[in-house]
Design a protein around this ligand. Structure first.
Ligand SMILES: Nc1ncnc2c1ncn2[C@@H]1O[C@H](COP(=O)(O)OP(=O)(O)O)[C@@H](O)[C@H]1O
Ligand SMILES: [Mg+2]
Length: 148
């Protein structure tokens, strides 16, 4: 795992990535680097391979060839323990929300802290309220459920 002293230049580094589904080639000779602090957009027509590329960055899919490194960690043959540590460091926001419909807004926001830290319920609720206030949500939304 990279430390503060040993921070990779690229947060995401893909090298010579190829993705094939049967005889359909979606990516070939694909190189990209996302430097720390940079906002990077992937633009392309429907079916051009944007979602597949993103899935390859977050361990949901393996490319057919080439290498992917995130935060300096090669994703190929990654150990479970290292994958868990990486997943705790990145965030993914889905187009359709990706929230748990049976949990309240507050419970959804606090869930990763319940899963991955030893913080108490009260502190987690306070942090989740603070996060909601940071994005401009009013306090009354916390007990509402995300709509489908
Ligand atoms: N699991 C899969 N099996 C077969 N073909 C797939 C699979 N996932 C994506 N594809 C194909 O790969 C191409 C790129 O898909 P996708 O990454 O979803 O495109 P985009 O997000 O740019 O619209 C499409 O032709 C799609 O049909
Ligand atoms: Mg897509």
């Amino acid at each position: 795992m990279p430390t503060l002293k040993n921070r990779p230049e690229s947060v995401i580094d893909m090298h010579q990535v190829a993705t094939r589904f049967g005889d359909h080639t979606v990516h070939q000779h694909l190189d990209l680097q996302v430097p720390r602090g940079e906002i990077f957009a992937v633009i392309g027509g429907s079916g051009s391979g944007k979602s597949t590329l993103l899935r390859e960055m977050i361990l949901l899919q393996k490319p057919s060839a080439g290498t992917v490194q995130v935060l300096g960690v090669p994703l190929e043959d990654i150990e479970d323990i290292e994958a868990l540590a990486l997943r705790q460091r990145w965030g993914v926001m889905f187009q359709q929300g990706g929230l748990f419909g049976s949990l309240t807004v507050l419970e959804n926001v606090g869930l990763p802290l319940h899963e991955h830290t030893d913080l108490g319920d009260k502190l987690i609720d306070d942090i989740a309220r603070w996060k909601l206030s940071m994005v401009g949500l009013k306090p009354e939304v916390e007990n509402q459920y995300p709509s489908g």
